[in-house]
Design a binder for this molecule. Structure first.
Ligand SMILES: Cc1ncc(C[n+]2csc(CCOP(=O)(O)OP(=O)(O)O)c2C)c(N)n1
Ligand SMILES: [Mg+2]
Length: 360
């Protein structure tokens, strides 16, 4: 079965060591699941079955490669495009799909935008919509971990455009000064909605910005699973040894739209898209596994089929679940509801019992 197996729980191999082949095959499977789920979610939104989705095609190797080099105790501070990281963490597919539907299986009870999930038990903080805020949070959590002598790192995920945010500067400066055990994982997907990378900054690379904060910045081919894995493993080893933070710029491409509210044909060329499609990270890892004798065409077909089936099952189950109970809107805010909230809750309960639509 094409389960999105979580990245290995034990500490990752030392820097520069290669992940074992069996592990790479699991990572490949996770990348395939991410690709299939991504396509399915886009379609679900186009069909009006879910409200919103943020695609990540083209960023599978960067996301899974990064997550694979972490330990499960490490905390993830994602932006809104990190499906590959979520799957690599072992967050179950049905849980994610239920969140997109905002149904009664959504642990967040429909209180977040679709696609803005987070789960404490997976150490995966709720996706940040304001760009960059998660970077400061990650540094704060890294400092807390160090004070508590927790041997972990925190990792923030963000894009090229986010390097222009206030939080990027504040977080990296602070992390540099205090040598926070935090990894800044920038997926340079070449676009910040319609703004191209070359208009974002005059810096030659995004990674070189780390020099101003006094710590290493590395550029890595984000279409290459192993290269990403090695860069993150090395940054993690250094952070745990007290060597401070690292900024990693993974060069990738967003093959799909920015979100389901975007039409990229209005601002970028088919030729550019085609050029990056030729560097498809999923196809690349497949080729590598094939050459290493770890994957046959037949096994590969089975991996894709299993992924499609698993996702289809999760969607089918999600559509059978009822919506979130409207009364749950009054839960989880106060330990004891105020009299006015009790009154409003009773009013809604009466309306629902009378079969009416809740007043908006
Ligand atoms: C503080 C803030 N300003 C503006 C926006 C609107 N916005 C949403 S996504 C985005 C572009 C971000 O680009 P990048 O950091 O490259 O990430 P990508 O979406 O390409 O993954 C912007 C400007 C926002 N969400 N938050
Ligand atoms: Mg971008």
């Amino acid at each position: 079965m094409a389960e999105a197996r979580a990245a290995p729980a034990e500490a990752p191999v030392a820097a520069n060591e290669e992940p074992p082949l069996s592990d790479v095959l699991s990572a490949y499977r996770t990348m395939v699941i991410a690709r299939v789920m991504d396509e399915r979610c886009l379609t679900l939104q186009r069909q009006g079955r879910i409200g919103f989705y943020v695609p990540m095609q083209g960023q599978e190797a960067a996301q899974v490669g990064c997550a694979w080099a972490l330990a499960e105790e490490d905390w993830i501070f994602p932006a809104y495009r990190e499906l590959g990281v979520a799957l690599a963490r072992g967050i179950p597919i049905p849980l994610l799909i239920n969140q997109f539907f905002g149904n009664s299986g959504d642990e967040i009870k429909g209180r977040q935008m679709p696609n803005h999930y987070g789960y404490r038990r997976f150490r995966f903080v709720t996706a940040s919509s304001p760009v960059g805020t998660q970077i400061s949070h990650a540094v704060g959590a890294a400092m807390a971990a160090r004070l508590r002598k927790d041997p972990i790192v925190t990792v923030s995920f963000f894009g090229d455009g986010t390097t222009s945010s206030n939080d990027f500067h504040a977080a990296l400066n602070f992390a540099g000064v205090f040598q926070a055990p935090s990894i800044f994982f920038c997926q340079n997907n070449q676009w910040a909605i319609s703004l191209p990378r070359e208009k974002q900054t005059r810096s030659a690379t995004l990674a070189e910005k780390a020099a101003a904060y006094g710590f290493p910045g590395v550029v890595v081919d984000g279409m290459d699973f192993r290269a990403v894995y090695r860069a993150v493993a090395e940054a993690r080893t250094r952070a745990l040894a007290g060597g401070g933070p690292t900024l990693i710029e993974a060069q990738v491409y967003r093959l799909g739209p920015h979100s389901t509210s975007d039409d990229p044909r209005r601002y970028r060329s088919d030729a550019e898209l085609a050029e990056w499609r030729d560097r498809d990270p999923v196809a690349r890892l497949k080729q590598e596994l094939h050459e290493a004798g770890a994957l046959t065409e037949e096994n590969d077909r089975a991996i894709w089929e299993a992924a499609k089936e698993e996702i289809a099952r999760a969607v089918e189950a999600a559509e059978k679940l009822p919506s979130v109970d409207p009364l749950s809107i009054f839960d989880d805010v106060y330990a004891q509801r105020t009299p006015s909230l009790e009154e409003q809750r009773a009013g809604l309960q009466r309306e629902l019992a009378a079969g009416g639509e809740p007043k908006r």
